[in-house]
Design a protein around this ligand. Structure first.
Ligand code: KG4
Ligand code: ZN
Length: 319
């Protein structure tokens, strides 16, 4: 729950990691069922922590997409019901744009034009903003997202879900130079990402060296793979900075919690003499504050209309 001046009145993040962990990845039907079972609790708890009731709410923000359609529909239907019942505006928000906005929660004065590297479990993209709210995707992944590649290799090695943070903590003791990984390049000169080649290279190392949890170089392998993902992300970011000459940089999305990525992103920004804005870890993972923050900006910029009851969810990026 957020005020129009970005004061956070309450923030509830209910993780479903435990529910999906036995499957090594998100099971869409379980995710939707968990959403419908917990949405009332999350809304009530967030009102209670803010010492507010539903009649105090001026506007509702809701994620419209992209994401898992079942979960999106639960949230959208619930928010639509509340807005309809209390006759309040319902502001639809794009999931990826909300991740970029998460950098503004703690820093409202980020210079434009800016370039954002968004790295999450389902998406990897570079987004250019010449001014507030003008989101322009300049690069995306052609196959796996970076988080997905980390999660898949972790699952293959029988590590817990989500794999990203597990790999990060094990890799702390590893040597990232032990296993060589080539940095992927697009042959058509595009700024797009591709992580399937890195995943295949990782699987080849695993087979050739019989890598498993009790291999003496297990943590070296994880450190090398994590470093390869970070290098691939930053190599494209570096090309995009040269192409678009922004005045500031943002790193966001769940994988932006990763310390090696955060550190190397800062280093990249310094080489270009640009300020880097990276949200605190709790605002990197999916959260309601970033969705509300983008809705507040849209209201401030008059980018909202009357309650639209035809509003629908979209599973993939539509622009
Ligand atoms: O943005 P997010 O919370 O959800 C999506 O929109 O996908 O991102 C989740 C992703 C997962 O792939 C997870 O493994 C990754 O973020 N992740 C991390 C770390 N914490 C979460 N990856 C690397 N290092 C971390 N510390
Ligand atoms: Zn997300």
């Amino acid at each position: 729950m957020l005020t129009d001046t970005f004061e956070i009145l309450s923030s509830i993040v209910l993780s479903q990691d435990e529910i999906h962990a036995p499957y090594g990845g998100i099971v869409p039907e379980l995710a939707s069922r968990q959403h419908i079972a917990s949405i009332t609790y999350v809304v009530e708890e967030s009102l209670s922590r803010a010492h507010l009731s539903l009649k105090d709410i001026d506007a509702y923000a809701v994620t419209q997409g992209p994401g898992l359609i079942g979960s999106l529909l639960v949230g959208l239907s619930f928010a639509k019901g509340l807005a309809y019942c209390f006759d309040k505006p319902l502001i639809p928000v794009d999931h990826l744009e909300a991740h970029v906005e998460s950098a503004f929660i703690e820093n409202r004065e980020i210079p434009f034009p800016l370039l954002a590297l968004l790295v999450s479990g389902g998406h990897t993209a570079i987004i250019l903003l010449k001014k507030k709210l003008s989101f322009q995707q300049v690069a995306r992944t052609r196959d796996d997202a970076a988080g997905e590649a980390l999660d898949k290799i972790a699952k293959f090695l029988d590590l817990d879900y989500p794999g990203g943070p597990v790999i990060e903590s094990l890799a702390l003791k590893g040597n990232p130079k032990e296993f060589p990984f080539a940095t992927p390049h697009m042959t058509d000169g595009s700024l797009d990402f591709s992580f399937s080649g890195l995943k295949t290279a990782a699987l080849r190392h695993i087979r050739e060296h019989n890598i498993s949890k009790d291999h003496p170089k297990f943590v070296d392998f994880l450190a090398s793979f994590q470093k390869a993902i970070v290098r691939a992300l930053l190599s494209n970011m570096s090309k995009s900075i040269k192409a678009f000459k922004p005045r500031s940089l943002i790193l966001c999305g769940g994988v932006a919690r990763n310390f090696v990525l955060r550190q190397n992103f800062q280093k990249l920004a310094r080489t270009f003499h640009l300020p880097a804005f990276i949200p605190s870890p709790e605002f990197c993972t999916d959260n309601a504050v970033m969705v509300a923050a983008l809705a507040v900006e849209k209201i401030g910029h008059q980018k909202t209309g009357p309650l639209d009851l035809r509003l629908n969810a979209y599973p993939r990026k539509i622009r």
